[in-house]
Design a protein around this ligand. Structure first.
Ligand code: ZN
Length: 289
């Protein structure tokens, strides 16, 4: 068990028809909440650190802690750089021992995105690290507080996706098919036929970013049409905030570490619910076989 690459995780997920949740680590409490949920549910999991969260998570200090926890876990775990936007961040993650990196060149031209992603895959694959890239653009920032809507003009084009995957040799591809990062304003509508065409054209495990506001049925339709990794942050963060807002209802003598355990439990519940929806519960058993 323990530390595996993203490629191993998404290959198993694609083969057995589920999706692996990728949850953002922003501190020790999130790390423990995610791993506890994964172990209790026998679920493979991805611990991801976003480049945009480097001000919360100093990789030099914290990646040894994350990697140690991943190695000790009784379930398969990948340690992943989420939304790497700069070359130094990618190199730093590789050097820190991450087993997977995402390069997000989704705001670049197709040609430039291919060139830069290709550079990353050559480097990462040479040291056994998987690469996720993004084509089309999922709007909204990581942990963005302002609600947004998806922009169909930025959706992933299946023909471009085929060229992109063939030229870059990425292990997983994040697609834009109707979600946004952060909170969705109104109700998101997934473009499932487009997703099916992308899968058909690329034959690579696909990744869904920005799942907030989707129904269980939406997630299941996405998984049935090629999504093998789903990123979760907003739901977990919101659940922690709900608990924090309830602090006045607790007995006066509640101490800080006791209170933080309650916050952790709330996040753990949010992670568990996602694992149940994604179908990853129990999949540590028989993994990769
Ligand atoms: Zn994202």
């Amino acid at each position: 068990m323990a530390l595996v690459s993203l490629r191993e995780l998404v290959t198993d997920a694609s083969r057995r028809g589920y999706a692996v949740g990728s949850f953002n680590v922003v501190n020790m409490d999130t790390l423990q909440a995610i791993l506890q949920a994964a172990e209790e549910n026998g679920s493979p999991v991805i611990l991801s650190v976003a480049e945009g969260h480097f001000h919360f998570v100093d990789l030099d200090e914290f990646s040894p802690v994350i990697l140690k926890a991943a190695e000790k876990a009784r379930v398969p775990v990948a340690v992943h750089l989420d939304h790497g936007q700069t070359f130094p961040a990618i190199v730093k993650a590789l050097r820190s021992g991450f087993t997977s990196v995402m390069f997000d060149g989704s705001l670049l031209s197709l040609e430039e995105n291919i060139t830069r992603t290709r550079e990353i895959t050559r480097m990462a694959h040479a040291v056994g690290v998987s690469v996720e890239a993004e084509l089309g653009h999922v709007t909204g920032g990581e942990g963005d507080a302002s609600p947004g809507v998806a922009d169909p003009s930025l959706y992933t084009d299946p023909k471009e996706a085929a060229i992109f995957v063939q030229k870059t040799e990425v292990d997983a591809l994040a697609v834009a098919v109707g979600t946004v990062h952060g909170i969705y304003k109104g109700k998101p509508e997934l473009d499932i036929p487009r997703l099916a065409r992308i899968r058909e054209a690329t034959q690579v495990p696909l990744v869904l970013h920005g799942g907030s506001g989707l129904s269980d049925a939406d997630f299941q339709a996405a998984i049935a049409n090629g999504i093998a990794k789903i990123n979760v942050y907003t739901d977990m963060s919101q659940r922690a905030m709900q608990k924090i807002r309830s602090v006045d209802t607790l007995p006066q003598e509640t101490g800080f570490p006791e209170f933080m355990c309650l916050v952790k439990e709330a996040m753990q519940e949010a992670v568990t619910e996602k694992m149940q929806i994604f179908g990853s519960v129990g999949k540590a058993t028989g993994f990769g076989s």
